[in-house]
Every structure is written in C-alpha cells, then in structure tokens.
Write a protein that binds this ligand. Structure first.
Ligand SMILES: Nc1nc2c(ncn2[C@@H]2O[C@H](COP(=O)(O)OP(=O)(O)OP(=O)(O)O)[C@@H](O)[C@H]2O)c(=O)[nH]1
Ligand SMILES: [Mg+2]
Length: 284
C-alpha cells in the first residue's frame, strides 16, 4: 500500500465528516460541516467569511485555504551530534509508541539511532520502550522508576556521544501529579541538554492524541507557552473522526505538524504533507 492510500485509510472516519462539502455550495451548510469536523468556531467563521467574498468554486477555495493553513514552514535544525529529539506530551498521548516508530523511521533512513527512557514515573515505562528497542534492534538507555529523569538524559547524551550515534530519541513521562510539575520536569531536562550539548535539543516534538478533539488545542497551548516546541505529531488518527483538529492546531499555534500516527505498528507513522492530507479528506 502506498503512503497516500495508507493516509486515506487512516482518515476514513474523518473523511466522512468532510464529505458533505462535495454536495453543498450553500454557505450555511458548509459552516455546519466545518464545525462538525472540529475546525472550531473562530476558524470556521473566518473561512466562511472569506468564502462569501470569493465568487469562484468554493470547494477549491476551501481546499487551498486549508493547505495554506497547514503549510507552516519547517526547518530542520542541527547543532551537534547526536541530534537530540525530545518527545513530550500528556499521559497516554502516544509518546512511547511514537518514539518506537520514529526510531524505526530514522533507522530505515540510514541513521544510527539510540533511544532513552526518561519516563521514571510510570511503572514499566522502561520495559515498554525496551520492547520497541528489541523490535527495531536499536540500543537503549534504560532507567529505573523514581530515578531523576534529567540525570538519565545526561547519561544518555554522554552515551550517545561516546558511541557516535546520529540521533538520540528521548521518551519522557506524561503522568505527574500536576501539569505544572510535568512542565517543570521537562524544563529541567532541557536545561541538562543545554548544559551537556551546549545547545538546545534539535527537536522537541509535542505528541497530541487526535481522539481528544478540541482538548488538543488546550494541550498545545500549555506546552507551547512553556516549552520551545519545534513540531507536533498527531497520533491515533486511525479510528477517530476528529482528524480535522490538526487544522485549528496548526492555525492557532503556527507549529508545523511533522508526522501523523495511524496505528500501533512500527511503520504506522507518516511524514505529514499538507497537500496529501487535504487531498485525502476531500477526494473520493
Ligand atoms: N490506534 C492507535 N493507537 C496508538 C497510536 N499511538 C499510540 N497508540 C496507543 O495508545 C496507547 C498509549 O500509547 P503510549 O505510547 O503508551 O502513550 P504514552 O504517551 O507513552 O503514555 P504515558 O507514558 O502513560 O504517558 C497505547 O495503547 C498505544 O498502542 C496510534 O497512532 N494509533
Ligand atoms: Mg509512555
């Protein structure tokens, strides 16, 4: 199956929400469709106002608008080897699974990858990541419950430097007593990265579970306000009708969507393309 077919398959339920657009030129109906497709009130109003002023094919106009909204410029950064990629997000959003999939993706693209488990809060967090490492056949820096996560990251960078790895992928905790505590812990990890690497991490990916719908916007806000997020990965697009949520997220936060997760298998990660995404939700 090619990537586009896979994307279309994952977006099956989301596509159904947008389908009505084919059959309507009526602005009120279009407004209803956009609202029901998780575009949000504010952005829907804006799009409808713009549609009103446009005299040509409104569907084509909307398609172009959505592609523009999703086309946030993304520039990969590189400071020094190993490239450090920190994966953050609330509990259950799909961080550990995404670290596994990313490690596989980078590996098949000819990078020497090491992964580290800096989730020292949840029982068996390290074991879960170890299973992925075994599947991918990649090295892993393990941790123990209760250990200082920043210390784990310090060791992981040293280890990755010593072994001349291209990429260090770091899984972090999602479950702490409060959201504030979680952010403070992540800031501490970032300070340690700055100290040993003498630069920021190259990437901080925020993982958002598409099934939470509008709540994803709230999550993006909390993290973006506090942490230098470089990109978003939306998970669990398969099986949800709420895939439209990535449109207001990109619009509001101007953060690039880098990958989408569309299943629980190792290769269920698709590099994000605004054109393909919009084509997949609009086309039959
Ligand atoms: N269908 C589907 N399930 C996914 C996807 N990504 C993750 N999951 C599932 O979501 C659940 C939570 O995933 P984890 O990777 O453990 O999430 P996490 O953010 O690491 O969770 P915590 O460490 O507890 O914060 C697991 O059952 C995963 O298999 C996806 O893209 N599609
Ligand atoms: Mg996890």
């Amino acid at each position: 199956m090619n990537i586009f077919e896979k994307l279309k398959g994952a977006l099956k339920k989301t596509r159904e929400k947008f389908r009505g657009i084919f059959f309507s030129d009526n602005l009120e109906e279009l407004e209803e469709i956009l609202l029901s497709a998780d575009i949000g009130t504010q952005l829907t109003q804006k799009l409808i106002e713009e549609c009103k002023k446009f005299s040509g094919d409104k569907k084509e106009f909307l398609k172009e608008k959505l592609i523009n909204i999703l086309s946030i410029p993304y520039k990969e950064r590189f400071f020094s080897s190993p490239k450090v990629i920190l994966v953050v997000g609330v509990n259950g959003s799909g961080k550990t699974t995404t670290v596994g999939k990313l490690a596989y993706y980078y590996k098949i693209n000819h990078n020497d990858v090491i992964i580290a488990s800096a989730d020292t809060y949840r029982d068996a967090a390290t074991e879960q990541l170890k299973i992925w490492a075994e599947k991918i056949n990649t090295e892993i820096v393990l941790s123990q419950k209760g250990q200082d996560s920043a210390a784990v990251v310090f060791d992981a960078i040293q280890s990755a430097q010593k072994r001349k790895k291209d990429i260090l992928l770091i899984d972090t905790a999602g479950r702490l007593h409060t959201r504030k505590e979680l952010i403070e812990e992540l800031k501490k990890i970032i300070r340690v990265i700055n100290k040993i690497k003498k630069s920021k991490p190259e990437e901080i990916f925020l993982i958002i579970d598409a099934t939470v719908g509008q709540n994803g916007i709230e999550q993006a806000k909390v993290f973006k306000d506090e942490i230098d997020i470089t990109g978003i990965i939306i998970t669990k697009l398969d099986g949800t009708a709420k895939g439209g949520i990535l449109i207001p997220i990109a619009y509001e936060f101007k953060l690039p969507i880098c990958y989408i997760g569309c299943g629980e298998n190792i290769d269920d990660l698709i590099p994000f393309s605004p054109e393909d995404f919009v084509k997949a939700i609009f086309e039959d």
